[in-house]
Every structure is written in structure tokens, then in C-alpha cells.
Write a protein that binds this ligand. Structure first.
Ligand code: MN
Length: 306
């Protein structure tokens, strides 16, 4: 996924104060070709949840001969990208030569580190369905210049919990490489059930209802809305009438100020200027083989970050 909101501004990200209640974060909607994308992080008032700094929700949708996801070559630095599907397929290719046909239940995890370029596309042979999320994890200072890496798993660990099942996307039993304390979890709540999941009180969390219906703390969750839970909780209880899928992200408060611009997570404006220049001059990031079409040019960098 590439950050394609028009005229991306430099966004300053940092830890935000916790809250004792469920805080609904309204999404911003954008369009990625035929694909409507709900950006639920970063949003006004919330830039980070643990190390998670970006959360795009797309689908569910059905389609015919078209190609709803077609993200041309674009660069990343200083972050990890996570692609997690509830239905459909996405093909990942990158400048390391990695290729993966990602399906529901498989983790597609790309560590950009000091620089990588990639594409994400709907494959020609597909189910005609697409439903998923794209998440970014900010890399901490000590790790943000690591060599780029790509992991694509066959499946992710699933365990039963009261009232449902939990799948580790990142953290816990997931094989996905991690550079700071955080979790990404897909919770399936059975119909007419209450799913209970232990939380780390030292982590702050956010939840998004991805399918079905669910109540959390007595609040009926709305789709395309991220709810901030803050820290200090030891348990999550979700109640569903007809069954639900809930995505939970969390982690220790990141504790570092980051600068986000376009597809870059950095610390200084100079780094962003340098990364942009490298992409425009075909340096550092490499090219993505097997993509048929031009790369995405870097947007104009407007103004200075604060
Ligand atoms: Mn991307």
C-alpha cells in the first residue's frame, strides 16, 4: 500500500496521553483507483498506538474483470508494512526480488529498514473478492536502518479462547520479525458469544471491527472506525450476536517522536528530503521486477515539518 491521500503533509507523530474510555477515531476516506480506503491511523488526535503508525482498511468488495488493487512501485524507509486479508488475494513484489501471493491467514511482513521498494496487486487469477488491511509499524531508533527484509508465512498461529479464536498477526507466537514490543491480533468471536482475551496492562491498544457485529465496554462498534483503548487494561471482552472479526493492535507506548511523510517514517526533515531525492534519482531503493508499468513518483514536499 502506498500513502496516496492527495497532497500528503508531513505528519508529526508522538506518544499521546492515555484515556480511560473507548475513544472512537473517525476515519478519513480516500480512493485508490477502484478501491475505497478508510484511513483510521494516523488521524487527528492519534498518531501512534504502540509502534503502530498507519492503518488502512479496504473492502469488503466484489469485482469482475477489473483489478481493484494495483499499487505501482513505491519506496519505504523506517517502518514495517503488514498486509492482512480477510478475503481475496494480493500479490507482493519487492526490490529484493521477493514475490508472494498473499491469501487470508498468511502474514505479509516487509521490513523497510534503510530502504525498499514494492508493489501490491490483485492477481489476474482471483476470487473476485477483496477485504483486508494494511498496517505500518514504526521502527525504533536502534533498528530503523536495518537491512530490508520480506517475510511471507504460510499460516499464522491460531489458539482457541473463550467465545472464539485468536490469530497472532504480529507478536506472541507469530514468526514475524519484531523490533519493539507490540501485538497485532485477529479475534474471531463466535455467534451469541463473549470472547475474552488477556491484555498487557503496559500496552496501549486499538480495535477495529472488521466483520459482523460486536459490543465492547457496552459500545456497539461501528465499521471503519478505530477505537482507542489506552493502557492499563488486563482483559478485553467482546460480545457478538451474529459473530465478528475484530482486529486488535497494541504495544508499549513508542516513546520516540517520528516524522511521517508519504511512505517514509523518519526523524528529521533532512532524512525525508534525502529519501525523496533517492527515489526520484533511482538510488538506494532498487527496482521492482515483474511489475508492468511505471513507478509512483514522489509527491511534492510542501513546507517543513515542525
Ligand atoms: Mn507500500
Amino acid at each position: 500500500m502506498s500513502n496516496l491521500l492527495p497532497s500528503p503533509e508531513t505528519v508529526e507523530c508522538g506518544p499521546s496521553p492515555g484515556t480511560a474510555t473507548l475513544e472512537a477515531l473517525p476515519d478519513r476516506t480516500t480512493r485508490l483507483g477502484a478501491l475505497e480506503v478508510h484511513r483510521v491511523l494516523p488521524v487527528r488526535g492519534r498518531r501512534l498506538i504502540g509502534p503502530w503508525c498507519f492503518f488502512d482498511r479496504y473492502g469488503p468488495l466484489t469485482f469482475g474483470p477489473d483489478k481493484p488493487m494495483d499499487v505501482a512501485p513505491h519506496p519505504h524507509i523506517g517502518l514495517q508494512t503488514v498486509t492482512w486479508l480477510l478475503s481475496g488475494e494480493v500479490v507482493h513484489n519487492d526490490s529484493l526480488g521477493s514475490e508472494c501471493l498473499v491469501r487470508p491467514g498468511q502474514l505479509s511482513l516487509m521490513t523497510a529498514g534503510r530502504g525498499i521498494a514494492h508493489t501490491e496487486e490483485t492477481p489476474a487469477s482471483n476470487s473476485g473478492k477483496l477485504d483486508g488491511v494494511q498496517l505500518w509499524v514504526a521502527l525504533p531508533e536502534a533498528s530503523r536502518h536495518v537491512a530490508p527484509e520480506y517475510q511471507c508465512t504460510k499460516e499464522q498461529p491460531v489458539v482457541d479462547c473463550p467465545g472464539g479464536r485468536v490469530t497472532s498477526i504480529l507478536g506472541g507466537a507469530s514468526a514475524g520479525r519484531q523490533y519493539s514490543a507490540g501485538v497485532g491480533i485477529d479475534i474471531a468471536v463466535d455467534p451469541r458469544s463473549r470472547a475474552a482475551l488477556a491484555l498487557n496492562p503496559g500496552f496501549e491498544y486499538g480495535v477495529l471491527l472488521a466483520q459482523g457485529d460486536a459490543d465492547l465496554l457496552g459500545v456497539p462498534l461501528q465499521p471503519n472506525t478505530l477505537y482507542y483503548l489506552g493502557a492499563g487494561r488486563s482483559e478485553l471482552n467482546a460480545v457478538s450476536r451474529d459473530g465478528a472479526r475484530i482486529l486488535l493492535i497494541g504495544g508499549a507506548p513508542f516513546g520516540e517522536k517520528i516524522l511521517m511523510w508519504w511512505n517514509f517514517v523518519a526523524r528529521t526533515q533532512d532524512e525525508i528530503v534525502e529519501a525523496r531525492k533517492s527515489w526520484e534519482s533511482h538510488e538506494v531503493f532498487g527496482e521492482v521486477p515483474r511489475y508492468n508499468g511505471p513507478r509512483i513518483p514522489a509527491p511534492t514536499l510542501l513546507g517543513r515539518a515542525l
